[in-house]
Design a protein around this ligand. Structure first.
Ligand SMILES: NC(=O)c1ccc[n+]([C@@H]2O[C@H](COP(=O)([O-])OP(=O)(O)OC[C@H]3O[C@@H](n4cnc5c(N)ncnc54)[C@H](OP(=O)(O)O)[C@@H]3O)[C@@H](O)[C@H]2O)c1
Length: 161
């Protein structure tokens, strides 16, 4: 079985983004994201790639999915279908699906691990990712209730299939 993991931060109302940006700045979450994905390959949609402030994520193999065959993103492997991206995933190395909504939704049936940051607040958004966690088993939970940089609480949750 290919090791495919989703990593995402989702608000209480399933919001994940607006105007091609994240909805919050949670430095604990960025640190966690970096720690978990470092040294691995990350797979993202073209819009998420374009939203990165400094281009490809360092110390990771960046794979970008685009529907435009003329696209080539420097420092990344560009692919043009979900299947092409799946071909680059294998059974020994964990591959991380890092967004956005369209890519999460298409990879959800192939994923066997899910790193969720659940933000316990509703956000005004234009991009949503709804997941039914009944199919998943919760193996780790950390509730953050003392982040002085944010006026909301959040939880780090890890699920497996
Ligand atoms: N909260 C989080 O953890 C998190 C993480 C990442 C991103 N985000 C947010 O999510 C939002 C972006 O999500 P999004 O859904 O709009 O964009 P996206 O998934 O990042 O990228 C969409 C792009 O990928 C292409 N694409 C999708 N599926 C394809 C396929 N099967 N074959 C070829 N190309 C394909 C699309 O082409 P088409 O033109 O054919 O659709 C489109 O160009 C932003 O607001 C971002 O900040 C949030």
């Amino acid at each position: 079985m290919k090791k495919i993991s989703i990593i995402v931060a989702i608000a209480q109302n399933s919001a994940i983004g607006k105007d091609n940006k994240l909805l919050w700045h949670i430095s604990n979450d960025l640190k966690r994201f970096k720690k978990i994905t470092k040294g691995h390959q990350v797979i993202m949609g073209k819009k998420t790639y374009e939203s990165l402030p400094n281009g490809p994520l360092p110390n990771r193999k960046n794979i970008v999915i685009s529907d435009d065959k003329n696209d080539k993103f420097e420092g990344c492997i560009t692919v043009y279908s979900i299947n092409e991206a799946l071909d680059l995933c294998n059974e020994t190395e964990e591959s991380f699906i890092i967004g956005g909504a369209s890519i999460y939704k298409q990879f959800l049936p192939f994923a066997n691990k899910f790193y969720l940051t659940r933000v316990h607040k509703d956000f005004d958004a234009d991009t949503f990712f709804e997941v039914n966690f009944n199919d998943w088993k919760l193996i780790e939970q950390e509730d953050i209730t003392d982040d002085t940089q944010n006026n909301f609480n959040y939880s780090f949750l890890t699920y497996v299939k």
